[in-house]
Design a protein around this ligand. Structure first.
Ligand code: AMP
Ligand code: MG
Length: 271
């Protein structure tokens, strides 16, 4: 699968008409996706082990998408392949009163992965140019300065060894309606049903405009944005596993060299 097709080229325009959330380029069916997905998940675990052993680089995965787009599902079904010891997941909620007394990146910077670690953001600093903009939680004079701050912040991370990959899970409003209905009507899913999501749904086009601006302004050479068709969960998982394998295999990962003369060490009897 060619993952470049999902990448928003730095400086290019994003037209949602070019992105079909139902598309499944490079794979026709769920059955056909099973084998390559499994191979990618195994490869991700190997790459993560090298990342951890080498402890020079870090990986930051940013997940964004409308409610029900599958952020939790991807963490379970794709990132679940990683060894949990080397993973730090952060879900960004409505900022606390303390967080609100600081700049918007304060809570985010603290959550970034250290060397050897994989960091996963379930929502992120992008909420500060998405919900904040659409719900009017801050004036334009405030949120409009944030794109430049985000790019500079991500450049700092990249210059410090953090590889960044940002993924937008693209679903259609029709698909969301089905998923919200399932959440409302299925007892095991009802705990996820949040009436606040319905209000956000009524602002769909305002969110798409906010996402368009964020992805156009903040897809950079050091922290690219990918738009992944996500109406079909099996395709979403496969495509994201491909993007992660592609990103991690370009990090120059390898096991560190062993201690000198390793073969000459005798394992002594236990005392
Ligand atoms: P969930 O992802 O369902 O757990 O919901 C988290 C909620 O927190 C969403 O409604 C987000 O829009 C909201 N949220 C996350 N970050 C921010 C932020 N910086 N400002 C305001 N709301 C936020
Ligand atoms: Mg929610």
């Amino acid at each position: 699968m060619n993952v470049e097709r999902f990448c928003i080229k730095p400086g290019s325009r994003l037209d949602w008409k070019d992105h079909d959330p139902d598309a499944t380029p490079g794979c026709k069916s769920k059955a056909a996706a099973a084998k390559p997905l499994l191979a990618n998940l195994e490869r991700l675990l190997e790459l993560q082990e090298q990342l951890f052993a080498q402890s020079e680089r870090a990986l930051l995965i940013v997940l964004q998408g409308m409610d029900t787009s599958g952020k939790d599902g991807v963490i379970e079904h794709v990132m679940g392949a990683f060894n949990p010891q080397g993973v730090k997941i952060t879900s960004f909620k409505v900022p606390t009163p303390e967080e609100l007394t600081h700049d918007f990146l304060w809570r985010v910077h603290k959550a970034t992965p250290g060397r050897g670690m994989v960091g996963i953001f379930n929502r992120s600093h992008y909420e500060d140019v998405l919900v904040v903009r659409v719900a009017g939680l801050a004036p334009k004079a405030v949120w409009s300065t944030r794109y430049a701050h985000i790019n500079a912040f991500e450049k700092l991370l990249a210059d410090s060894g953090v590889a960044i990959v940002k993924i937008f899970l693209h679903i259609s409003p029709e698909e969301q309606a089905e998923r919200l209905t399932a959440r409302r009507d299925t007892p095991e899913k009802q705990w996820k049903f949040s009436p606040g999501d319905l209000k956000v749904r009524t602002q769909w086009s305002a969110y798409m405009k906010a996402y368009q601006d964020a992805l156009e302004r903040c897809s950079t050479g050091w922290a690219p944005w990918y738009v992944v068709p996500s109406n079909k969960k099996w395709y979403r998982n496969l495509a994201i596993s491909e993007i992660l394998v592609d990103t991690m295999s370009r990090l120059g990962l390898a096991y560190p060299p062993p201690v000198e003369g390793i073969a000459s060490y005798e394992i002594p009897p236990a005392g």
